[in-house]
Structure formats: structure tokens, C-alpha cells
Design a protein around this ligand. Structure first.
Ligand SMILES: NC(=O)c1ccc[n+]([C@@H]2O[C@H](COP(=O)([O-])OP(=O)(O)OC[C@H]3O[C@@H](n4cnc5c(N)ncnc54)[C@H](OP(=O)(O)O)[C@@H]3O)[C@@H](O)[C@H]2O)c1
Length: 290
């Protein structure tokens, strides 16, 4: 099996690259603006013509699409750029997938829900609150309508090993070795289900080799607000210089509305894979602190 990973320079894509390579699947990964040792540059907004296109030459069975503009507040203030990088880039990749007969696995988010009563299962009512959430839903819907054998995987609050250490958990671990005094204002009313990017990659390995289609939610056993998440990290990496202050989301005056009672339940995935074990945040923090 051959898999092209768009956005392999990022947190999720990098882990998918590592995992699928370890399973002897033939993998080609791309970056957009951040070159890595293992990716090729591939601009989904200015695609090469078919004769010179490395994606067409590679001719994968699956395209795992991890590319998006993921900075939620920036998307709210730059909706055209958000549309280009999240929706139009997906539409362009879908056209390529059709040409070469590839299936697509799209990575979506719990931001397609309004956070009134999460965590959510796959059949729950959709109601995105933000530009980012609406664009993720538009891209997801497009993939599923245009490529009927394809997959959309919804995830949230991803942490794990990555080239740039920019996810919340990794950044906090990094800050914990710093001597500078800091106050972090963290919302106590934003709940989600943190998941390790490597578990996302393991699930993707199952789903594409089993030729599944449709929507899946992925989540571990953790259901935490941002404050609890930071407390858990610092319980493994204590640093007196970091002061955590509880706030409500409304006090932060963020540009984009968040689903407050968000998060996901991996109902369909666990129904179909009852023996699959997700790791949790404690497992990850223990491994990093030892
Ligand atoms: N992290 C989370 O908590 C979370 C939660 C829910 C959903 N998701 C979704 O999961 C996917 C991966 O997120 P992530 O956390 O891995 O984000 P990330 O680390 O920011 O990675 C995003 C990737 O997308 C690439 N990219 C950006 N614009 C692109 C474009 N127009 N064409 C192709 N690639 C492009 C980036 O390339 P460069 O870095 O090289 O520019 C990077 O490789 C995204 O679709 C995101 O919406 C993430």
C-alpha cells in the first residue's frame, strides 16, 4: 500500500509518517512552509501540472490530508486565508485524488460542534461556532461527498512528539525547564479530550488498511479543561516560577468562540476495534519525565 501524507511536517502528519513507515507501508510526506528531512515541498494551493506532479507520479492508494490553517483566532480574523488553506487546498487535493483514483482520509475537529453538550459521538448535531470550525466542516463535507469511499477523522487537543514542539503540552514541558517567572491564564470552562498524535496515527493505520469509510471520532480516556491539563503536565514537571491562574473563556476576549463542553467519544472506532488501547496523558508525561 502507498500513502501520501499532505502536511507531514506537522504534529499529526509527522506521527502518521513515523507510524506508517514502521509498518512497511510506502509513504511520501509533504510540507508547506516548514521543510523537514523526510518531506518534499508540495503547495496544495499552486499544484504542479500532472506531468511533473510528485503526488501523481507516486500514485498512492490513500492521501492522508493533515494540512490546514490551525490557528483558530488567526482564522477568525483572516477568513479568506483560512478558506484558502483549509477549504480550497482540500478541494485541490480531492481533484488530484479523483484523477489518480486515490481515497482520502481527512483530519477534522470537534470544532464542528458548538460545545453545548460534548463530548460528542459521530451522529451528534453539527453547529460550528467559528470560521475555523465552519471551514473544517466545509472541507470534511466536500471530501465525503466527492470521494464516497473516503474517511473523515475528528480529533481534538492533540499532543505528542513533533519537530517544532508547538502543541500546548510540549510547550509547557519546555517552559518547565525555564527560570523566568510566568503567569498562565487558563480557562476552566473549556473541556476537551486530549489525544496523543501517535495514537491518532495508529488508528489511521487500522482504518486505511481495513478500507473503512465515513466519519470516525477518536479520543482517549482523558476529559480535561485547559487548567486541569496544565496542572497535570506540571505535576510531572514542577516549576515554582510558573503560576497558573483560572479564568473563564469570556474573560480572555479571544477572537474565535470555542466549543466549551467539547471533546469526542470514539464510539464507532471502539465498537469496531474493541481490543484497541488508547494511551493517555499520564502515560505520555511519565515517558517524558523518566
Ligand atoms: N492539533 C490539534 O489539536 C488538532 C485538533 C483538531 C483537528 N486538528 C486537525 O489536524 C490536522 C493536523 O493538525 P496539526 O495539529 O498536525 O497541525 P500542524 O502541526 O499545524 O500541521 C499542519 C500541517 O499542515 C501543513 N499545511 C498548512 N497549510 C497547508 C496547505 N495549504 N497545504 C498543505 N499543507 C499545509 C503544514 O505545513 P508547514 O508546517 O510545512 O507549513 C503542517 O504540515 C489539521 O487538519 C487540523 O485542523 C488538529
Amino acid at each position: 500500500m502507498k500513502v501520501f501524507i499532505a502536511g507531514a511536517s506537522g504534529l499529526v502528519g509527522g506521527n502518521v509518517f513515523r507510524h506508517l513507515s514502521s509498518r512497511n507501508i510506502e509513504v511520501l510526506g509533504s510540507h508547506f512552509s516548514f521543510p523537514t528531512k523526510y518531506t518534499i515541498g508540495y503547495d496544495t494551493l499552486n499544484m504542479p501540472s500532472s506531468g511533473e506532479d510528485p503526488l501523481v507520479k507516486f500514485s498512492p492508494d490513500w492521501i492522508v490530508h493533515c494540512g490546514a490553517l490551525t490557528w483558530v483566532d488567526y482564522c477568525e480574523e483572516h477568513p479568506l486565508e483560512s478558506y484558502e488553506k483549509t477549504v480550497r487546498s482540500t478541494k485541490n487535493l480531492v481533484e488530484k485524488a479523483k484523477k489518480i483514483g486515490a481515497k482520502m482520509l481527512y483530519i477534522s475537529s470537534d470544532y464542528v460542534f458548538d460545545g453545548e453538550n460534548g463530548p460528542y459521538i459521530e451522529s451528534d448535531e453539527l453547529n460550528p461556532l467559528s470560521v475555523y470550525g465552519r471551514h473544517k466542516l466545509e472541507a470534511e463535507t466536500h471530501v465525503l461527498e466527492e470521494l464516497p469511499d473516503s474517511l473523515s477523522l475528528r480529533i481534538t487537543n492533540v499532543y505528542g512528539d513533533e519537530e517544532r514542539n508547538k502543541n500546548f503540552v510540549s510547550r509547557l514541558i519546555e517552559l518547565s525547564s525555564d527560570k523566568e517567572e510566568r503567569e498562565l491564564k487558563l480557562p476552566v470552562d473549556q473541556y476537551a479530550t486530549p489525544i496523543n498524535a501517535y495514537d491518532v496515527a495508529r488508528c489511521i493505520g487500522h482504518l486505511i488498511t481495513e478500507n473503512k469509510s465515513g466519519i470516525y471520532h477518536l479520543a482517549s480516556t482523558d476529559f480535561l479543561n485547559r487548567m486541569q491539563l496544565a496542572q497535570r503536565v506540571l505535576s510531572y514537571f514542577p516549576n515554582e516560577q510558573i503560576k497558573l491562574s483560572s479564568v473563564f473563556t469570556s474573560e480572555l476576549k479571544q477572537a474565535a468562540d470555542r466549543p466549551l463542553m467539547g471533546g469526542l467519544i470514539a464510539k464507532r472506532f471502539l465498537d469496531e476495534h474493541p481490543n484497541f488501547k488508547f494511551s493517555n496523558l499520564d502515560d505520555y508525561l511519565r515517558s517524558k519525565s523518566s
